[in-house]
Design a protein around this ligand. Structure first.
Ligand SMILES: *[C@@H]1O[C@H](CO)[C@@H](O)[C@H](O)[C@H]1NC(C)=O
Ligand SMILES: *[C@@H]1O[C@H](CO)[C@@H](O)[C@H](O)[C@H]1NC(C)=O
Ligand SMILES: *[C@@H]1O[C@H](CO)[C@@H](O)[C@H](O)[C@H]1NC(C)=O
Ligand SMILES: *[C@@H]1O[C@H](CO)[C@@H](O)[C@H](O)[C@H]1NC(C)=O
Ligand SMILES: *[C@@H]1O[C@H](CO)[C@@H](O)[C@H](O)[C@H]1NC(C)=O
Length: 409
């Protein structure tokens, strides 16, 4: 009897695993492609003017454009049975942060995904058609630096034993970086300001100073470690990616409820969003800095034999000279092909709809008020003490003088 039960269970399981499903909606969150440094250290010989041919700091390079163009080509092939070849505004919606490099990455991606064919060819000399990319608002993209609660959590992270220990371990690099770079306040979280520039300079085969060459691997590693501390608490990842999760869930619900034509929802963003989303959905056990043009891809799938929906997630993680690497992953606590109800239940606590509310400081607010109140009381007490002592003394003094004068007269 038991054996039969197990057999039926195994059969059911294989049937579920083998269930044929088709893609209904594709949601892509990616990091922009390769760029020039966004910042460098004061003593670097390659300051912003060095990059002027690319437009200065933080600009997408031709390599970065190519990365996203190839990503678009890859997706065109991979989803040829699903994505219509022609562009149609009801099927495609793209948003981006308001940066040159993210906007240009989105354009490069869409250029190869929707090459004009047939009626859409508007100029036979140009194998490209304009596709709108909208600026995502602050309900989707949180700027961590503007969120007091995020700042508060960061100040807690730097006090954790984990951070203190690693910061000590990296002391030799930090010491030399603080001596040589022109910065004097570098810790493991701030070392990225050196790391970002030198890793890109190395990509461009530029000669680096000896101290950078000597500690290059440690400097580079500090960026991965930094991302771990940037999202050390799940709440930190939620603050960064909760708006995106909310957007993705709304898109899924809308697709199912209205049976809309939408096929593709694109979010062009930064390493911070790809990393925080990866952390929030718990897609990997070792969070690292997401490489240029890396991506989290979310498919909404539907059974071909029933009305069951699923969510399937992939990570795209290729480095510059490698083939595009598309890896099936699972959201922690769910199968790779995650039934939609489970996906919704798991992500319920990850959603942010009101950043203004979520970004209020939790702990120090009360302490700070208390502190101000206590200092005010202490200050008042001290003042009144001084005033009374002074008046007592001066009263006595004038009394004495009065008596004296009296005598004198
Ligand atoms: C494209 O769109 C039409 C409906 O407009 C649909 O019939 C067709 O199957 C779609 N898919 C592909 C891959 O072309
Ligand atoms: C395409 O390019 C040729 C050669 O430069 C030019 O003569 C022609 O006018 C162009 N066609 C359009 C539609 O712009
Ligand atoms: C840097 O050098 C490598 C190896 O010599 C070469 O393949 C690469 O194209 C160079 N990169 C740049 C940006 O010059
Ligand atoms: C994330 O996944 C790891 C295993 O990879 C697990 O130990 C951890 O508890 C998970 N965290 C959350 C918040 O689900
Ligand atoms: C992405 O690729 C890099 C370099 O190959 C590797 O170190 C890292 O572990 C990969 N990350 C994931 C999430 O697979």
């Amino acid at each position: 009897m038991k054996k039969l039960g197990v057999l039926i269970f195994v059969c059911l399981l294989t049937e579920i695993l083998a269930e044929e499903t088709g893609v209904e909606l594709l949601q892509i969150v990616f990091r922009h492609g390769a760029r020039t440094p966004v910042v460098t250290y004061p003593n670097d010989k390659y300051q912003e003017s060095y990059w002027k041919n690319y437009g200065g700091f933080g600009q997408l390079t031709p390599t970065g454009m190519q990365q996203h163009y190839e990503f678009g080509q890859f997706m065109r092939q991979r989803y040829s049975d699903f994505l219509n070849e022609s562009y149609n505004r009801e099927r495609v919606f793209a948003i981006s942060t308001d940066f040159d490099r993210t906007l240009m990455s989105a354009y490069s991606f869409l250029a190869s995904l929707y090459k004009p064919e047939g009626e859409q060819i508007w100029n036979k000399n140009v194998s490209w058609q304009p596709i709108p990319v909208h600026i995502g608002d602050s309900k989707v993209f949180l700027v961590q630096e503007n969120c007091p609660r995020y700042q508060e959590l960061t100040s807690e992270v730097v006090k954790t034993p984990e951070f203190v220990e690693l910061n000590n371990k990296y002391k030799p690099v930090l010491d030399i970086a603080n001596k040589e770079s022109g910065f004097t306040d570098l810790d493991l979280l701030k070392l990225w300001k050196v790391a970002d520039a030198v890793t890109i300079e190395k990509m461009f085969n530029l000669s680096l100073p000896d101290w950078v060459n000597k500690y290059y691997n440690e400097i580079k590693k500090s960026q991965d470690l930094g991302f771990n501390f940037d999202y050390f608490y799940t709440e930190m990842a939620k603050l960064a990616a909760g708006g995106i999760v909310n957007e993705m869930r709304k898109n899924i619900e809308k697709k199912i409820q209205t049976n809309s034509a939408q096929q593709l929802f694109l979010i062009s963003s930064h390493d911070t969003y790809v990393a925080s989303l990866t952390k929030l959905l718990n897609l990997t056990s070792h969070l690292k800095q997401p490489p240029f043009a890396s991506s989290v891809i979310l498919e909404l799938r539907k059974s071909k034999t029933s009305s069951q929906y699923y969510v399937q997630v992939y990570l795209k993680n290729n480095t510059l000279d490698e083939m595009i690497d598309f890896k099936e992953v699972n959201i922690y606590g769910c199968e790779k092909l995650c039934p939609l109800e489970d996906f919704m239940r798991i992500t319920d606590s990850m959603v942010i709809t009101d950043y203004a509310k979520e970004c209020v400081k939790k702990n120090t607010k009360i302490n700070l008020y208390n502190l101000t109140f206590i200092s005010a009381v202490v200050f008042a007490l001290v003042i009144s003490f001084v005033v009374s002592v002074f008046s007592i003394i001066s009263c006595r003094y004038s009394l004495k003088r009065f008596q004296y004068r009296q005598g004198d007269l």
